[in-house]
Write a protein that binds this ligand. Structure first.
Ligand SMILES: Nc1ncnc2c1ncn2[C@@H]1O[C@H](COP(=O)(O)OP(=O)(O)OP(=O)(O)O)[C@@H](O)[C@H]1O
Ligand SMILES: [Mg+2]
Length: 251
């Protein structure tokens, strides 16, 4: 349902200080199948968020193409992609002064009916009384804003849902139900891509994708992924600091 064909995101200025091009996403070929639950993981800086943003159209494709349900969407805007059924949850959600959670839900879904809005919010485990009329501004806690963002994405009822680190700042009591919710509510109707380092998501993935320096170095189940997930040499910066680990590398 979603196909990446020789996908590149290239910027000027490589990370070793020279001004040449740098492939942050480096020629990815991959097909996501309908209704499956994918978890994309990999070291910090390996290109996970960049890949998610390429699929949503937040980053421009600089090489190759993205196909959704057989159609080339590489040049479609974010809005056009949203209309085709793709929804995206940011790693760091935006905050809007003067806009309430109720407003956000209405914008995302087109629904204004009070009863339907209450149903949507209750479904994702958020207390409507305490959240619905809160402003989505800087007064919300990190976890609260992530829950609201998640609810808005789910409420859009997308064909393809992309969540970038949905568990960031979420309390221990919510992570289990959140994983269950994303698995149960969305699949098999929705294809889900979760970017995460969290074992709770890795445990329930149909397919785990490990990125390293903008390339897919593994696709498959958790069992076979485990040796790679504990392999220090997969560190994105490894080549640069090889031999200097004792001098302070945390990996
Ligand atoms: N528009 C851009 N221009 C230049 N460099 C960029 C751009 N976007 C991302 N990068 C760089 O590309 C690399 C990958 O960034 P990305 O945010 O995709 O990493 P990530 O895998 O999501 O990391 P994390 O686990 O920390 O969230 C980083 O080194 C980042 O600084
Ligand atoms: Mg990221």
């Amino acid at each position: 349902m979603l196909e990446l064909k020789k996908l590149y995101f290239t910027v000027q200025g490589s990370d070793d200080g020279n001004n040449g091009p740098r492939n942050i996403i480096d020629g990815l070929d991959f097909t996501f199948e309908k209704g499956k639950f994918y978890v994309v993981t990999g070291p910090n800086g390996s290109g996970k968020t960049t890949l998610a943003k390429l699929i949503m159209g937040i980053n421009p494709v600089t090489g190759g193409s993205i196909h959704f349900e057989g159609k080339d969407i590489s040049n479609l805007s974010i809005t056009e992609r949203a209309k085709t059924g793709i929804a995206y949850s940011f790693q760091q959600p935006a905050r809007f002064k003067g806009i309430t959670f109720r407003d956000l839900l209405s914008i995302a879904t087109g629904v204004t009916d009070e009863k339907k809005i209450l149903e949507m919010v209750t479904r994702v485990g958020i207390c409507p009384m305490s959240f619905l009329d809160k402003e989505v501004d800087t007064t919300l806690s990190g976890g609260e804003i992530k829950k609201i963002e998640l609810a808005t994405t789910i409420a859009a009822n997308p064909k393809l849902a992309i969540y970038d680190e949905p568990d960031t700042g979420i309390d221990l009591w919510t992570i289990g139900p959140m994983v269950k919710l994303l698995k149960k509510e969305l699949t098999p109707h929705t294809t889900t891509i979760v970017v995460s380092h969290n074992r709770a998501f890795l445990d329930v993935a149909d397919v785990i994708i490990i990125l390293k320096k903008g390339r897919i170095v593994y696709t498959g189940d958790l069992q076979n992924a485990l040796p790679l997930l504990t392999d220090l040499s997969i560190c994105a910066y490894h080549e640069r600091c090889e031999g200097e680990r004792d001098a302070g590398c945390l990996r």
